[in-house]
Design a protein. Sequence first.
Length: 388
Amino acid sequence: MKNHTQRIEKFAKILREAGIDAALFAVSSNFQYLLDAGEYFWHRDCMTNLSSGFRYAHNLPAAMLYIQSDATYHIIVIPQDAHYFKDYPNVHIYYFDQMEDGLRNFVKGKKIAIGACCKEYLTETLGQVDKNIEVVDGESLAHPLRAIKDEKEIAILRENAAFTDEAVKAMVNGFYEGMTMLDAEKSLMDYGISKGIESFSFPPTVGFMTRLTEGAKVIRQYSHTNTLTEGTAVALDIGFLNKGYCSDWGRTLYWGTPPDFIKNGYFALEAGQAHMIESIVPGVTRACDIYELIYEKVVEKGYRENLCFLDTRGDGHQIGIDCHEPPMLNPSYTEVLKPGMVFCSEPKMWFENECYMRVEDMILVTETGAESLTKFPRDLFEIKGKKI
């Protein structure tokens, strides 16, 4: 059952409280959320909002959502996509060059908020409708609603997390000596496509760094021709997109026998992650506390100097329709964690010329604590010759 009526009513209340007459969104994460339209596979850049900003790959919308502060709403959509909205009221079908004419029929008010997607187009179009309309930024208005996932959203995120676990297991079980990073990433993509996954939250990365070689701290800078050989740390950063929602997961695994200080460092990082999850108190623990909870356990294990982001104390982000959603897990966000929030904690370590190390899980805040939705085994580090 769709939840769009309740979502739009709650959003309309936000508009009224902000003194805004209406909001206009092109196809985007806010559009999907407010209409509960996860089945509408809208064209998005897989890097959208990856750095807490917004970069959409299109400038003209295939659909728009207009919501008034009294909760009246209208959908404008091109003919090819109209079937997605056959069960919604107030659907208006227009071609791209007619959309502004359609808006003229129901746009009211003088202060209208717009989203980040197709921002220039929305601004220009509203100006054509009425040059006296004041356009204001509305991208973040729905964030307080989106931060707390409902049962349907949690079920989808749980399903996506489980799929990600299984995809990684399948990929790792196919590892072989001499394969390249590109081979590994391609196998992961092929697995997702073969299982009918919609897309990826971001380009999947399987970073190979063989010990005692010069390596970048950012695995996306590793060469795709790097090969899997004895003494290679495998840094994974993987997310799938399905039913309109993202997953995001990461680990560093090891091909061969790692030095003890690397192996112990990995388990120190895992211990920090587990300690953080166990320590969360809903309504008390804040987004900015997550790094500190991990930090205290890693320091206890003797690996403080290897921990990344000691200066910025950043650890991750919420997740949902966008891969990165606020509140972020850094000192700037003091919001308390509430039941229904789902966040990705991704602490990292760096061992010069040895290993880039990461642990990342999707974590659900519950009524009584927190639960990791990703279930990949925490005691697995050495993978050569093993089946998961």
